[in-house]
Design a binder for this molecule. Structure first.
Ligand code: SF4
Length: 213
């Protein structure tokens, strides 16, 4: 019988985060269900392009969690972390893919990145705007996240930063981007782009809001 699909969120063993490796894990544990992938992915970790990313992350963590600077622990904002990651990786040219509605935020980000010594290429999601009628769809104007990605590919940015792209547009953008890409802002129109707040509220004031959705 096929093993059930992974449900890490329901696991109570957490052998993966423990030094005790003899523990029995659920049959659904991905490490048990897919031993071939454990081997394959560990090998992929060794590929130069993947090692480079991990080295960047490691360098970043060594600063974020520097035991010599206890007072700075947990004081790094996401923007600081992206800047540090890019510097550690020797990146010079950063791309911003922004929603047109977050242009002021993207401008602030661009200014910060430029003052940190980076060249910045920024693109609104409406660049290369699409006429929905050409797609047989309703509406006045469509964004073109594929254009955003392809322009950044041509501009040869080292790292792209996503700023408030809609659900769906972000999927198309990521599908077509060739450079490393990280999100800074994910759009949440109701919560000031802080989607995790819905989870924190889901056991309280928002309790009924997600029922049956
Ligand atoms: S990887 Fe395995 S041990 Fe770790 S949380 Fe998932 S099911 Fe549990």
């Amino acid at each position: 019988m096929a093993k059930p699909s992974p449900q890490c969120v329901k696991c109570t063993v957490h052998r993966c985060s423990s030094k005790e490796k003899n523990q029995t894990v659920p049959a659904s544990c991905p490490s048990e269900k897919y031993p071939d992938l454990v081997k394959e992915t560990r090998e992929k970790y060794q590929l130069p392009e993947n090692r480079a990313v991990i080295q960047g992350w490691l360098g970043l963590m060594s600063k974020v969690l520097d035991p010599q600077k206890q007072n700075e622990k947990y004081t790094w904002t996401r923007i600081h972390e992206i800047i540090e990651y890019a510097k550690i990786r020797g990146m010079k040219r950063l791309g911003i893919a922004t929603c047109y509605a977050l242009m002021p935020e993207a401008k602030m980000l661009s200014d910060i990145l430029e003052s940190s010594g980076f060249e910045v290429v920024s693109l609104s999601c409406l660049c290369g705007e699409v006429n929905p009628q050409d797609l047989g769809m309703p509406g006045d104007i469509f964004c073109n996240p594929i254009m955003q990605a392809e322009v950044l590919n041509r501009e040869r940015t080292d790292l792209n930063i996503m700023v408030g792209l809609c659900v769906g547009h972000d999927i198309l953008f990521l599908r077509h981007c060739t450079a490393e890409t990280t999100p800074l802002i994910v759009k949440d129109r109701a919560l000031g782009h802080n989607p995790v707040a819905a989870l924190y509220q889901s056991q309280g004031f928002f309790k009924d809001r997600f029922a049956g959705r």
